[in-house]
Design a binder for this molecule. Structure first.
Ligand code: ZN
Length: 136
């Protein structure tokens, strides 16, 4: 994957997809490629674009979701940076070796049915980093 773009997407927490999507449609000139509920995370998401470098808007669907907690603490805004990896288990091993903590439960099935994991921002330079395997 040398030389290939590594930012899969930027995740932006919003209070409401309905209220937030129109600005991105205006900016990007297209409707979201996909909207999806991810019940395991308590979020509904809208993806703009295809391939790498996409924008993901995240709305909470549960009061106890991580996005609800983020919105309550910090308000809407940049929530995470997703880096695409070949093998999420291998990437976690290397990240742990470099001093990063992995958020429980570790590897999980995220949006688009992909295997993903998150690194704790406290151990990753203040940024919540999502690691996602390339789409199957
Ligand atoms: Zn994401």
């Amino acid at each position: 994957m040398r030389g290939v773009p590594k930012i899969d997407h930027l995740g932006i927490a919003v209070n409401s997809l309905k209220a937030s999507v129109p600005l991105y449609v205006a900016l990007l000139g297209e409707n979201p490629e996909a909207q999806e509920d991810v019940p395991s995370e308590g979020v509904r998401i809208a993806f703009f674009g295809t391939g790498t470098g996409r924008i993901e808007l995240l709305e909470s669907t549960r009061e106890d979701s991580a996005i609800a907690a983020f919105l309550a603490r910090r308000g809407p805004g940049l929530h995470h940076v997703c880096i695409v990896v070949d093998d999420v288990d291998e990437a976690l091993r290397k990240a742990r070796g470099a001093g990063a903590d992995v958020l429980p439960p570790g590897v999980r099935i995220g949006a688009e049915g992909r295997r993903v994991a998150f690194l704790h921002p406290r151990t990753a330079g203040g940024v919540l980093i999502e690691l996602a395997e390339a789409r199957p």
